[in-house]
Write a protein that binds this ligand. Structure first.
Ligand SMILES: [Zn+2]
Length: 221
């Protein structure tokens, strides 16, 4: 047996997200969609996030532009304000009591590029819960081969927090098969997150954060 939490990043996408939502509803699975602020500004995409929210999924903030990691921003304070608080403002009422934030990792890497000192300050001052991950099956890079990787990652740990992407790569064609195989292998699906992947809870750091904050910005601050 193992625990499995699914998250879907970088959407919503009109050609992909509805099918993912249909499947999750059929399978009685609730997840979190970490959406991009500049996509939510589009009414058609916003409606998809509203549907996900109404169907019991959580909506998380995954930055506005998703282009430069916060720890590498040329102007860390301006980037933190726009990417974190600007996105939260766009989300508006599309949130649950807990303000979930997931930084842009560029290919899923964990490291000091994730945050600047200014971004960390915004997250703590704004009461955000920062949700990282412990499984990146690289569905974006291997849209037809990620299922085997994902199953191996699930088997290797007690509770997997997996990052998938509701993007038009073709990867989501295999989501139903993945869920079936994971359940056959003993997966128990759940919506909440393994504590080791959540280093900031409602604005309070609960783990050492040095590994996630750029040193350049801390030295300058
Ligand atoms: Zn992303």
């Amino acid at each position: 047996m193992f625990e499995l939490t699914l998250t879907f990043d970088n959407g919503p996408e009109p050609d992909i997200t509805p099918g993912v939502l249909d499947l999750l509803a059929r399978e009685h699975i609730r997840s979190t969609f970490f959406v991009l602020g500049d996509k939510i500004a589009d009414p058609a995409r916003r409606r998809l996030a509203e549907r996900a929210h109404a169907e019991g999924h959580w909506i998380g903030n995954h930055t506005m532009h998703h282009k430069v990691p916060l720890g590498e921003a040329a102007d860390p304070a301006a980037a933190a304000a726009e990417e974190i608080d600007g996105t939260q403002a766009v989300l508006g009422d599309l949130v649950q009591p807990e303000r979930l934030f997931r930084p842009f990792g560029r290919g899923g890497a964990l490291g000091p590029h994730l945050l600047s000192g200014a971004a960390l300050e915004r997250l703590t001052a704004g009461g955000y819960t920062m949700v990282l991950w412990n499984a990146i099956p690289r569905d974006f890079a291997e849209p037809d081969a990620w299922v085997a990787t994902a199953l191996a990652q699930c088997r290797a740990q007690a509770w997997t927090l997996m990052v998938l992407h509701d993007l038009p790569t073709g990867a989501m064609r295999h989501l139903e098969r993945f869920i079936g195989l994971a359940r056959e292998a003993g997966a128990r699906l759940r919506q909440d997150f393994p504590p080791e992947c959540v280093p900031i809870v409602r604005g309070k750091p609960v783990q050492p954060l040095d590994a996630y904050v750029s040193k350049a910005d801390r030295a300058a601050a």
